[in-house]
Design a protein around this ligand. Structure first.
Ligand SMILES: Nc1ncnc2c1ncn2[C@@H]1O[C@H](COP(=O)(O)OP(=O)(O)OP(=O)(O)O)[C@@H](O)[C@H]1O
Ligand SMILES: [Mg+2]
Length: 255
């Protein structure tokens, strides 16, 4: 059974077709990099896969649970949203303790886990500071810990390294690999292509709501116009070109 499975998963907002008949089949333990230009439908897909947005049509299951079963999904998934909602008046530690309590994990082992994760992300010294006084990166770290705290089967990370300094970004990359090595499936979107090159087993490129390519990152790079020297960035730009003239000139230079 795939950890993430969708069939013709579609989301329409009025006239906008945000996600157009998406078919995914992602095995457990995979790090899946979900790429695409602004507005391609990445966040909308994640919101459907986490039960927050109802598909207009098609179907999907995460960890074997139907994506319309929000309560059923909850114990199996973690989600780092694009703009994580946090309790401004709480300290970082209180926020995490509160969420652990909601998940029935208010125990010493969980407190140890929170301490360890905050330490690894260099946030231990600020754990007792109010979130209202946090920087963007500090908020992002708390939100990341919140997403993985309950050791979910499948973790959805929308721009996980957004706002992070290079050291913290590297720590998160290592944590993502560690999650996958222990069997967790990680579905992440980012515009920072080196993150994907470093951690992803498989990459899907979404363009205008449609999956236009899916392959290992190095294989995608080789497919690019520049051939053997192509990069993932070349492949991305080729596959998501909006300017018809650019497409035509790319074709003209192919042979
Ligand atoms: N709640 C909503 N109501 C109406 N339209 C929406 C809504 N959410 C998303 N859309 C539209 O759906 C399309 C996909 O948006 P989405 O946020 O999924 O893109 P994205 O790939 O996450 O982009 P980005 O890289 O900028 O985060 C866009 O055209 C957007 O305007
Ligand atoms: Mg988005």
């Amino acid at each position: 059974m795939a950890a993430i499975q969708t069939t013709a998963l579609t989301k329409r907002y009025g006239e906008t077709l945000a996600v157009d008949e998406l078919d995914l089949s992602i095995p457990a333990g995979t790090v899946y990099g979900f790429l695409g230009p602004n507005g391609a439908g990445k966040t909308t897909t994640m919101r459907m896969l986490t039960g927050l947005a109802r598909p207009t049509s098609g179907s999907g299951a995460v960890a074997g649970v139907d994506v319309t079963d929000r309560d059923g999904l909850r114990p199996h998934i973690g989600y780092l949203p694009e703009e994580p909602p946090l309790y401004e008046q709480a300290t970082g530690y209180e926020q995490l303790e509160y969420v652990a309590g909601l998940r029935g994990m208010a125990d010493d082992a969980t407190r140890d886990r929170i301490d360890r994760l905050l330490g690894e992300l260099d946030l231990a010294d600020d754990a007792a500071t109010r979130i209202a006084d946090y920087s963007k990166g500090m908020r992002q770290k708390v939100a990341y810990v919140q997403a993985v705290l309950h050791d979910p089967d499948v973790v959805f990370l929308d721009e996980p390294t957004s706002g992070l300094d290079p050291r913290a970004a590297r720590t998160i990359r290592e944590m993502i690999r560690g999650l996958a090595d222990s069997g967790t499936t990680v579905f992440l979107s980012t515009h920072i292509l080196p993150v994907v090159e470093a951690v992803a087993d498989e990459v899907g490129i979404l363009y205008d709501g449609r999956l236009v390519a899916e392959d290992a990152p190095d294989a995608l790079a080789r497919r690019a116009e520049a051939g053997a020297t192509g990069t993932l960035e070349d492949a991305f730009l080729d596959l998501t070109a909006t300017d018809p003239a650019a497409d035509a000139s790319a074709e003209a230079t192919d042979g």
